[in-house]
Design a protein around this ligand. Sequence first.
Ligand code: NAD
Length: 284
Amino acid sequence: MQLIDGKSLSKKIQNSIKIEVEELKEKRNIVPGLAVILVGDDPASYAYVSMKERACKSVGFYSITHKMPESINQSEIVEIISMMNRNPHIHGILIQLPLPKHIDTAQILEVIDPKKDVDGFHAYNVGRMVTNLDSFVPCTPLGVMEMFREYNIELEGRDVVVVGASNIVGKPMASLLLNANATVTVTHIYTKDLAHHTKNADIVIVGVGKPNLITEDMVKEGAVVIDIGINRLNDGSLVGDVDFENLSKKCSYITPVPGGVGPMTIAMLLSNTLKSAKQFGEEM
Ligand code: NAD
C-alpha cells in the first residue's frame, strides 16, 4: 500500500505558487486577491477560513474576510458580493458554506462574477466544466485529480465509484472523471446496495461525512481509495469516511485523514485565485 501524501503535495504546489506570485508582482505589478465571506459563528467554518487566510498570506496573496452575523439577510450578502465583484484588487470570491437556513444559497452563488468564482460553484463554470471547457473547477475534486496526476494513477477506462453526490464534491468529481475517460458510477443516500458497487471498483472516492461508511469488505484487493470525508469524533480527533486501519492493508493507494484531500483543497483554491489574477492581468 502506498499513502497518497496530500500534505506534501499541497506544500509543493504552494511553493510553486509563491514563486509565480513574486514574478507576477515584479513583472506586472499584480497581487492576487481573495475575498472570503463568512456568515455566522460555526467553529468548523471559522477554522477553515483561518486556514485559507494563512495559506493566502504564506504565498503572498492579498486577502480580506467579511465576517457577518448569522442574522444577516439575503440582500446584504448580495451587496457585499457586488462590492467584491467591482473591487479591482479582488480576483477570487469565496462564500464559506453552509450559509444559514434563511439564506437562499443557490441564488447567492449566482451573484458572484463567474470570472471571480474560484470555487467553481456558479452555473456558468459548472456548465463549462461538464462540457470539458476551460473553467474554474471546484477545489476539492480538482485536488483529487492532482493527486491522480502526481501518483501516475491511470483513469482512462477504469471503473470508478463516487460515493456522495453533492454539488460541491460528488457531482463535480464525477464530471472530471468522465472527462478523463473513466467509467463512473455515482452513489448516494438512496443507493440500494452500496457495497455491490464499491466491491467492483478499481477506484473508490468517498465524500459523505460518515465515519467508517466504507469498510474493508467493501473494496477489492488493490483498489485505490480516496477519502474526502472529514468527521470530528467526540474525543476531538479527525477521521474520514473509511475504516483506514483495515482498508489500508488491502489497497494499492489510500489517502489519510487528516493530511490527504484537505490540504489539496487549499492548494487548489490558491491555484484558482492565481489563475484568475493572471486572466484579469491579460485583460488590462
Ligand atoms: P453533503 O451533506 O452535501 O452531501 C453528502 C452526500 O453523501 C449526499 O449526496 C448524500 O446523498 C450522500 N450520502 C449520505 N449518506 C450516505 C450513505 N449512507 N451512503 C452513500 N451516500 C450517502 O456533504 P458534502 O458537503 O458533499 O461533504 C461530504 C463530506 O466531505 C463531509 O464530511 C465534508 O466535511 C467533507 N468535505 C471535505 C472537503 C475536503 O477538503 N477534504 C471539502 C468539502 C467537503
